[in-house]
Design a protein around this ligand. Structure first.
Ligand SMILES: [Zn+2]
Length: 315
């Protein structure tokens, strides 16, 4: 929001400089414009929502998260309902513009006609920015809905990027979850992640991977990787709605998670054949039988490379 206010101020100053606002010539008038702009509640609050499936309320097994799964249609319905709860809670607090980015698997899980309008949806998985496709400095807040813990940690369906391929992704020496990496992508555009929903393991983990505070909503308790104690979805959605409302009401108390640059990324694969292939590419260094490393100046570039290195390689 701060960036957009600055942009508004800049354009008003430019308008003054070009003589477009002829009545406001004095320094006092300029000051009044500045004060009015800072205090203005006119700007719509825009929320970017990235929605995964493993951390959706009512989901505890991959049968509910994959297209071939017998319970996939159930999983899809539960997913949309959690997203709508977040949208509705945010609306109660004054947010009015929503972009949902379907962020799971095929990224064609959410049906636009089932979302609470007005809203727009990015669908399908051919995306340079993957789970954060569509993020820009125009947003005031990011929600992570239905997220999960990182590979190797306890948590329902925990994995990082691609469960079949990746053992670990570290950014500047620190193991990252999808949420941790995505928060830094949002931070690159100056946007804070203010709400995150998923199981208890995810909620605890994401709090350690973002700067400052984040509103978390726990919709289930993990027991094993495929076993959870589920809240009834009605209750989970009530909590999500409340969390979203609270997060938007307190928007100014969150801070973007700024990435450290330059960025060193270490990827450890589960299959050494993938490290063989990755290390053929320029700038990718082999660091072990299963692992590769690269360094780039810009976090968003690093983020895009990570996605290519777990998604587009095959042995
Ligand atoms: Zn995921």
């Amino acid at each position: 929001m701060a960036r957009r206010r600055l942009a508004t101020l800049r354009s008003q100053l430019q308008a003054l400089a070009h003589g477009k606002i002829v009545a406001m010539k004095s320094a006092l008038a300029l000051l009044l414009v500045l004060v009015a702009s800072i205090g203005s509640a006119q700007d719509p609050i825009r929320v970017f929502i990235s929605v995964d499936m493993e951390g959706i309320s009512g989901i505890a097994h991959s049968e509910m998260t994959g297209g071939a799964g017998a319970e996939y249609e159930r999983g899809r319905k539960l997913t949309v309902a959690d997203v709508n709860a977040a949208i509705e809670g945010a609306r109660e607090a004054g947010a009015s513009e929503f972009l949902v980015n379907d962020s799971h698997g095929t990224m064609r899980n959410v049906k636009i006609e089932e979302l609470s309008a007005p809203v727009s949806l990015i669908s399908n998985n051919s995306k340079a920015l993957g789970m954060m496709e569509g993020i820009s400095a125009d947003f005031d807040a990011v929600f992570f809905i239905g997220y999960h813990a990182m590979e190797g940690q306890p948590g329902i369906l925990a994995h990082t990027g691609s469960g079949g391929k990746v053992a670990d992704i570290s950014v500047n020496g620190r193991s990252m979850s999808e949420g941790g990496m995505n928060a830094r992508a949002a931070g690159s555009y100056g946007v804070p992640v203010v709400l995150a929903t998923g199981d208890d393991a995810f909620a605890n983990e994401i709090r350690t991977l973002v700067n400052g505070s984040i509103e978390t909503v726990v919709v289930k308790r993990h027991i094993r990787r495929r076993t959870a104690e589920l809240l009834h979805p009605d209750e989970a959605r009530r909590l999500i709605r409340e969390g979203a409302r609270k997060a938007i009401e307190q928007l100014d108390s969150f801070e973007p998670t700024l990435p450290h640059e330059p960025v060193t990324v270490d990827i450890t694969y589960k299959n050494p054949d993938l490290a063989d292939v990755a290390s053929i590419l320029p700038t990718i260094e082999r660091t072990g039988r299963y692992s590769v490393r690269f360094e780039v100046d810009d976090y968003v570039h690093a983020y895009q490379m990570i996605r290519v290195l777990y998604r587009n390689l095959s042995e």
